[in-house]
Design a protein around this ligand. Structure first.
Ligand code: PRP
Length: 180
């Protein structure tokens, strides 16, 4: 998809993200300290960097699995219709589960995925989102842990894309469109 010309302004540095991931991992560890194994579920594609850093900070027995949901396609606007493109490989019935999301915007994606996974009767299910845009919320959902609350700006980096670009930036940046 063609994109309008834009520049990226750094919003959250790689160092600040790393410190926050470490702090989140400590809180998550405290909650799941007695687990026999924690199934850490990354929401593809945006969470692939966050989950990679998170599991390496978690001093717990973990299993890693992925689910792919999409509501945006290559657009900047949510379609509000969440589609599951790839389901988990493993069973989560009776298991401890942590869902790892990169960003909660309207909330439709997280709400849909949590509903889907809760229906499989996990023992405990918790959610962590690196970023939250509370002013954009359209459904009543909040992650159990949030890295950073951010204003309503289009962000990229640390796994998050604009039209499939910029996922590989080590920091979170705000997209600023150039005129016209
Ligand atoms: C983005 C992002 C979240 C979701 C949040 O995913 O990664 O999963 O949107 O938006 P919401 O709260 O409004 O539902 P996207 O559908 O762009 O797929 P991607 O992760 O593959 O980039």
């Amino acid at each position: 998809m063609p994109t309008r010309p834009y520049v990226i302004d750094e919003m959250i540095s790689a160092k600040t993200i790393a410190a926050r991931v470490e702090a989140l991992a400590k809180e998550i560890h405290d909650t799941f300290r007695d687990t026999d194994k924690l199934v850490v579920v990354g929401l593809l594609r945006g969470s692939f960097v966050f989950i990679a850093d998170m599991v390496r900070e978690l001093d717990l027995p973990v299993e890693v699995d992925f689910i792919e949901a999409t509501s945006y396609g290559d657009s900047t606007e949510s379609s509000r219709e969440v589609r599951i493109l790839k389901d988990l490989r493993g069973e989560i019935h009776g298991r401890d589960v942590l869902v790892v999301e990169d960003i909660v915007d309207t909330g439709y994606t997280l709400q849909h995925v949590v509903g889907l996974l809760r229906a499989r009767a996990p023992k405990r299910l918790k959610t962590v989102a690196l970023l939250d845009k509370p002013t954009r919320r359209e459904v009543d959902i909040k992650a159990d842990w949030t890295g950073f609350e951010i204003p309503d700006e289009f962000v990229v980096g640390y796994g998050i894309d604009y039209a499939q670009r910029n996922r590989n930036l080590p920091f979170i940046g705000a997209v600023r469109f150039l005129e016209p």
